[in-house]
Design a protein around this ligand. Structure first.
Ligand SMILES: NC(=O)c1ccc[n+]([C@@H]2O[C@H](COP(=O)([O-])OP(=O)(O)OC[C@H]3O[C@@H](n4cnc5c(N)ncnc54)[C@H](O)[C@@H]3O)[C@@H](O)[C@H]2O)c1
Ligand SMILES: [Zn+2]
Length: 358
């Protein structure tokens, strides 16, 4: 199981915490060209003060670096550095850095220890936890990858202060998801502290990041290979992923797409008679309070409904019969549901796209 350390200022403890989990080789820090200039020196200093020999490699920031080409360039660097299997890969950055550096750590020398140092809200509460690492194929996102849980996940919430506000808000969408599927009390906290979480002024920032991270650790520990329980983390993601894909991943941030997806999943839950309408309305009000989108029209043109529906289902003939939906029974309680009628799905997507009344 991964060791988790979340809090204000924990980056300064990176080296000491790596020693505490028994990492005694060198440290190869992989970051990107936006994060390294902000936090690289501090990370390296924390490593050196604990006696580590540390070097770093910078990727270009952005999803484009989640590629086999970028991974291959990192392999070249590690060969040059004569990295050994006892040495650790330290991923310093958001989900992109975590995914590609984690993939390199899973594959180079048949596996090296991995330390995740996530620097975005999304990566601190979600992507750095659970061991899913990988890169994109030109034909599809995350098609190449491995399971490689980090030995240590160290999330310094002070690092979030330099994030663009839109990235912060999009990250909180995953916290709202976490509350909706697992933790009703967390929804109360999110609802009452939305403004201070969005501008990071709230003292609850580390508390909430840690609470979400702990939930994810627990869920993935119980279901490492995603056969059951872990699927509930996909709440809002069936529609969310489809929206991201048809908009070529450059219109909506992941959290924004998931926010719209959660609105859809809550509506399906109500239509299936599982969830009280007032609870769905409350979720949507919390999303709106964070400034997250719940439906189109946005400032962008909505995609075509057929494209969204096609992106949700691999086998067009079965029209989604194979889909397993994560729906809600109440706030804090999710379940897996098969056999949701396609007409209901299509109505719901139409409503989200602003083609029909809600
Ligand atoms: N492995 C998983 O389980 C999992 C889960 C969810 C998402 N993901 C992946 O995560 C990726 C998205 O991650 P993300 O949202 O963290 O995006 P990201 O890594 O692209 O980071 C967003 C932007 O913010 C910059 N940045 C990062 N930290 C910063 C900081 N502290 N201050 C200023 N700028 C900073 C980055 O350079 C980048 O430009 C996607 O590729 C997605 O597929 C993986
Ligand atoms: Zn997500």
């Amino acid at each position: 199981m991964s060791e988790l350390a979340i809090g204000s200022g924990v980056l300064g403890e990176l080296g000491a915490r790596m020693r505490a989990v028994g990492l005694n080789g060198r440290a190869f820090v992989i970051s990107d060209d936006q994060v390294y200039p902000l936090y690289g020196e501090k990370a390296l200093a924390a490593l050196r003060s604990a006696g580590y020999t540390a070097d770093h490699y910078e990727l270009a920031a952005g999803e484009g670096s989640k590629s086999l080409g970028a991974a291959s360039a990192i392999y070249d660097w590690l060969v040059e550095q004569r990295a050994e299997r006892i040495d650790a890969i330290v991923a310093l950055g958001g989900g992109v850095v975590g995914d590609v550096a984690g993939f390199v750590a899973a594959t180079f020398l048949r596996g090296m220890p991995l330390v995740q140092v996530p620097t975005t809200v999304l990566s601190q509460i979600d992507s750095s936890i659970g061991g899913k690492v990988g890169v994109n194929h030109p034909k599809g996102k995350n098609l190449i990858g491995a399971f490689n849980p980090a030995r240590l996940i160290l999330g310094d919430t002070d690092c979030l202060r330099t994030l663009p506000p839109r990235e912060i808000v999009a990250g909180w969408a995953e916290a709202i998801k976490c509350a909706m599927i697992l933790d009703a009390e967390l929804l109360d906290l999110l609802e009452a502290n939305a403004a201070g979480l969005c501008d990071l002024s709230s003292p609850l920032v580390p508390v909430i990041v840690e609470r979400c991270a702990q939930h994810k650790v627990r869920v993935v520990t119980e279901d490492e290979r995603e056969t059951g329980l872990r699927m509930i983390l996909n709440y809002g993601h069936t529609i969310g992923h489809a929206l991201e894909a048809v908009l070529n991943y450059d219109v909506l941030l992941h959290g924004e797409a998931v926010s719209i997806g959660m609105t859809g999943a809550a509506r399906l839950s109500v239509e299936r008679g599982l969830l009280q309408p007032a609870e769905a309305a409350r979720q949507n009000a919390v999303l709106a309070r964070f400034g997250l989108p719940t439906h189109f029209p946005l400032s962008v043109t909505p995609p075509k409904i057929e494209a969204v529906l096609d992106a949700m289902t691999h086998d067009k003939k079965s029209r989604g019969a194979e889909l397993r939906w994560i729906l809600l029974e109440q706030i804090g309680q999710a379940r897996i549901e098969r056999g949701v009628p396609w007409s209901l799905v299509s109505d719901t997507v139409a409503a989200l796209l602003g083609l029909r009344s809600h």
